[in-house]
Design a protein around this ligand. Structure first.
Ligand code: EPU
Length: 322
């Protein structure tokens, strides 16, 4: 692991931690935050892939003030920070992450306020998108049906502009509250937000929450549309219980990555304990014992074979840590 603080550095937290010597300051960057910091936390169980080594630090701040403290200490001590949602679009390296993984779980981050009159929904970053889809439908608010069957938190859905052929999360976003690595909080508004295909122009490290604009509609109609989209996915993709991270590649312009991989004859191809799904070729499924290195090897083989056959370069859409 890299030293978080060089012996000659000064830290604004030296006073905060009340450290009697530089050695203690260096070794305990999160002194006083022990209740929300774990060390050497195994990340695999926290990801959909069930793959990956430990995080040097794992932080679960309970509110914005505590997140600010964590963020500032990461900055001060030169500790790289990462934000984990449900780990549904994430591949953690076998060696783990030499930094601080932050997870925004708990009541503060999971608040949902629905204004049924205006259709404005205010959500915390840790809200489960699937639960939100159901709550919005029950409240007679339409616009999130396209998210049916896409696992993730609001923070992850904003960051990645999660979605699929039926629409994306970003199209519903009015504002996004964020915090940068210095701990400064600000709000991005619709007029300066750009949501592209699995991308946004949000550069701040931490997404704290968002407001969404939904449209009033008949709850039964919304529920039916949600069910239909969910069924489409259920019939064309590996089950939610499969260990994978959704589609592994972005669709190239005017083409389907899944169709290209399928037509290249790669369904069922294995590297170690990872396999190109036999149901939908744009999914790599991990069987017990699979490693991140295996998945990445398979990704490269797929890219090569698809390029050889169709001269199309596939681009991965899954985040890889570190
Ligand atoms: N196809 C094949 N073989 C396959 C897979 C697909 O021939 O193995 C064909 C299908 O028959 C269809 C076409 O390819 O004609 C497109 O397939 P699909 O309808 O499954 O849509 P997709 O473009 O592969 C996209 C998103 C999914 C999302 C679905 C449904 C991407 C890369 N994928 O899939 O998102 O669930 O639409 O909304 O944008 C994800 O991003 O993680 C993801 C899974």
């Amino acid at each position: 692991m890299t030293e978080p603080l060089s012996p000659n550095s000064t830290s604004s937290h030296a006073a905060h931690v009340g450290a009697p010597s530089m050695r203690i300051v260096r070794d305990q960057p999160f002194a006083g935050l022990e209740s929300v910091i774990e060390e050497n936390k195994t990340l695999a169980p926290l990801t959909w892939y069930r793959i990956g080594g430990p995080a040097r630090y794992f932080a679960t701040p309970v509110d914005e003030a505590q997140l600010q403290d964590v963020a500032q200490r990461c900055s001060d001590f030169g500790i790289a920070s990462y934000v984990l949602g449900f780990g549904a679009n994430l591949l953690v390296g076998d060696q783990g992450v030499d930094g601080c993984v932050v997870r925004l779980a708990g009541d503060h981050w999971q608040s949902v306020e629905i204004d049924e009159k205006t259709g404005v929904v205010t959500v915390g970053a840790g809200v489960d998108v699937q639960k939100l889809v159901i709550r919005a439908a029950r409240a007679g608010l339409s616009g999130l049906e396209c998210m049916a069957g896409i696992p993730g938190t609001v923070g992850g859905a904003v960051r990645m502009n999660a979605g699929g052929r039926f629409g994306d999360f970003g199209s519903r976003v009015l504002t996004v509250k964020v915090m940068d690595t210095a701990g400064t909080v600000f709000t991005r508004t619709r007029d300066d937000l750009v949501f592209g295909y699995r991308t946004t122009n949000i550069s701040a490290r931490y997404i704290l929450g968002a407001t969404l604009q939904l449209e009033p509609d008949d709850p039964d109609d919304i529920a039916k549309r949600t069910r239909d989209i969910w069924m489409y996915k259920r019939n064309s993709q590996p089950p939610m219980s499969a260990h994978c991270a959704g589609c592994i590649f972005k669709n190239p312009p005017d083409a389907s990555a899944g169709m290209l991989i399928d037509r290249a004859g790669l369904k069922g191809l294995r590297v170690g304990n990872t396999e190109v799904s036999t149901i939908h070729a744009n999914f790599i499924v991990a069987h017990p014992g699979a490693t991140c290195a295996d998945v990445l090897k398979l990704v490269n083989i797929i890219k090569e074979r698809v390029y050889d056959k169709f001269q199309v370069t596939l681009e991965s859409e899954v985040k890889v840590w570190p």
